[in-house]
Design a binder for this molecule. Sequence first.
Ligand code: ADP
Ligand code: MG
Length: 296
Amino acid sequence: ATPTSIMVGTGRGAEMGILFRKGEALQLLKEAKVVAVDKTGTLTEGKPALTDMTVADGFLRDEVLAKVAAVEAKSEHPIARAIVAAAEQAGLVLPAVTSFESVTGFGVRAAVSAAGVETCVEIGADRYMTKLGLDPSMFASIATQLGDEGKTPLYAAIDGKLAAIIAVADPIKTTTADAIRALHALGLKVVMITGDNRRTGEAIARKLNIDEVIAEVLPDGKVEAVKRLKRDYGRLAYVGDGINDAPALAQADVGMAIGTGTDVAIEAADVVLMSGSLKGVSNAIALSKATIGNIR
Ligand code: ADP
Ligand code: MG
């Protein structure tokens, strides 16, 4: 590509809300074979809401929700905000939290004191319960159904006893389905990479016609997934918004950050999509083909 074609392409990109932080990205994009996409905040709004909650025998819903929300009030995860909002909406008073620990990729835990009694509260994915030596299978049929509905099942344990299954749902952005159709029309494979539950990921992928799902990925796992996809398919663009997407954005041939995402993701990216929509990806690839493709 000539310097002029890169300048023209970069300028057109800027007009379309596609910021190329590296000229090389514009050249590489036209060769992309696969687009790997983070789920939460990229395909979805990143604003989940609590939709379902079932408590085990001997537990009271509001009491469990108040304790869990008290712990989640200390967490920055979007799931945490959903649970706190639900407790606030129910008018619950949150007990005091005396210690807090985030177990990245698994969940959160804290000591909660209500009416002078201290209890240990743990909340997270099924693999977190398993890690704690608890068996989440008493909620298996509920979890299967929630996952198939595209909801994320979470489990709460109180003083080492499984107390509740809670689901949150994160709406798919209205622009996502169209954006994936456009990528398919350009001949690309689309792969979802998520830390979320497998059933949930697969349900969302089915709705969106996504080709492959890599789910239940631990924080370090996104980079490994990107390396594997590059081997399998060739040139890869990765699209993400979160702090935990930064290593994958750097590992990709072209890292693309959603403009409404975190600063860490934007810093790690070669391209920033200002619109906040996945549609910017196919637009950027089409732009690369139009401006670089024909000029040698
Ligand atoms: P992602 O950004 O794809 O959700 P994370 O690694 O942040 O990936 O989280 C993976 C999983 O760990 C979540 O889907 C959830 O099950 C669990 N988890 C993480 N943080 C929390 C939290 N604050 N409360 C409950 N569960 C959590
Ligand atoms: Mg995300």
